[in-house]
Design a protein around this ligand. Structure first.
Ligand code: 7XF
Length: 401
């Protein structure tokens, strides 16, 4: 990143507004125009052929590339501190295109046992149908990676903090392990965003996101993105993304570019609000246990801090109800301002029940292995005034009295 408008020395808050190539619009528009077009007209047959052959620059067809989508890719790559990025139709599109670009029948993947339900389903159901083996492990346990390693292991995949109960993983030793054994290291950074965590600094090769969440931040888009080396991103674009077709629409890219401008401001407020909510939950007699990175007395202490892996705790909280599923349901049904919905990272505070919702694709055994009980509730703390969030929780928990 060396152009005048794309300086890697900039702070993340600046990169989320200016990262990547500057907008170069013939009319001088400040904001990149939306190229809402499926195809691009070739000036001549020879030029069209040259573009397909990769010998001439220029756009061809929006599944193969689009200027608005490209702008977003460059911005997120700059923000993540990676060389390049590939945008996808959904977060699952990014997870699938990224993993499958580097795997073939007969390969083995080591994955964290606590990951988003559909990533777990992709690995445990679809991969096995195509002859790819997956071992799910508790990656926080130091010897677990060594124990899971096989001669055909090609990849390590994890989330930290993990969906849904925020288990933390120290990235540096995993990065070292992957480098030692020549494994592709992939991290889903959805819960942190590059503002709070940059896995590339710890040996991770490819960072995936559900851009549906904080990157867009406004609850009006389903999207994904992966950042990594130029070589890896080109491979993903030319193989899985292009041929499986989970590419991003220009309209979605435009909305995410707009959302990104306030990412730093939003993350600050999200994190501030979440700390208050986590403390409130921790003090409540109906709550058995609160899962929040800031409360993690082992890894939280070493991983969170200004110069550490995580700049802050994020704004997703999970908690176990003493009264189990019965009490969880009572609260979910009683909340008024807080919305009963899956997803996270929106302005609205959202609450959901992982065992029956986001993590229902896991078998009961896999849920037990990941520590997702029937009384577990997940809360994505939004941007509302903190007093209103607490007031809604107070009145909802009141039904238990
Ligand atoms: O394909 P999506 O944009 O929905 O993203 C998939 C995805 C990938 N990684 C992580 C860590 C995720 O959390 C997600 C989606 N999670 C939503 C949730 O947990 O609420 C999905 C709702 S069913």
């Amino acid at each position: 990143m060396s152009s005048k408008h794309s300086n890697s020395a900039w702070h993340a808050a600046t990169l989320s507004i200016h990262g990547g190539e500057p907008v170069n619009d013939p009319q001088g528009a400040l904001v990149a125009p939306m190229y809402q077009t499926s195809t691009f007209v070739f000036p001549s047959a020879e030029i069209g052929g040259g573009r397909f052959a990769g010998e001439l620059p220029g756009y061809i067809y929006s599944r193969l590339g689009n200027p608005t989508v490209r702008q977003l890719e460059q911005r997120v790559a700059a923000l993540e501190g990676m060389e390049d990025a590939a945008a996808s139709a959904t977060g699952m599109g990014a997870v699938a295109a990224t993993t499958m670009a580097f795997l073939a029948a007969g390969d083995h993947v080591i994955a964290s046992d606590c990951i988003y339900g559909c990533s777990h389903a992709l690995f445990s159901h679809l991969f096995t149908r195509f002859g790819i083996q997956v071992t799910f492990i508790d990656m926080a346990a130091p010897q677990a990676l060594e124990n899971a390693l096989q001669a055909n292991t090609k990849m390590v995949f994890l989330e930290t903090p993990a969906n849904p109960h925020l288990k933390l993983i120290d990235l540096a030793p995993v990065g070292k392990f992957c480098a030692q054994h020549g494994l592709k290291f992939i991290v889903d950074n959805t819960f942190m965003t590059p503002l709070l965590q940059r896995p590339g600094e710890y040996g991770c090769h490819l960072v995936v996101h559900s851009a549906t969440k904080y990157l867009n931040g406004h609850g009006d888009v389903v999207a994904g993105i992966v950042t990594g080396s130029a070589e890896d991103i080109e491979l993903i674009k030319l193989t899985t993304l292009k041929d499986m077709g989970a590419t991003m629409s220009p309209h979605d890219a435009w909305l995410i570019l707009r959302g990104l401008k306030t990412l730093a401001l939003r993350m600050e407020r999200h994190c501030e609000n979440a700390k208050v909510v986590a403390n409130w939950l921790q003090a409540h007699k109906a709550v058995e246990r609160v899962y929040f990175p800031g409360f993690d007395t082992t890894l939280g202490q070493t991983l969170i801090g200004p110069d550490k892996q995580m700049k802050d705790s994020g704004a997703v909280i999970a908690f176990d109800m003493k009264g189990g599923y019965q009490d969880a349901v009572k609260i979910l049904n009683q909340l008024q301002m807080i919305r009963l919905a899956v997803s996270l990272g929106d302005a609205e505070t959202l609450i959901q029940h992982p065992a029956s919702m986001t993590h229902s694709p896991l078998s009961p055994e896999a849920r037990a292995q990941a520590g997702i009980g029937e009384g577990l509730v997940r809360l994505s703390v939004g941007l509302e005034h903190i007093d209103d969030i607490i007031a809604d929780l107070e009145q909802a928990f009141g039904v238990l009295n």
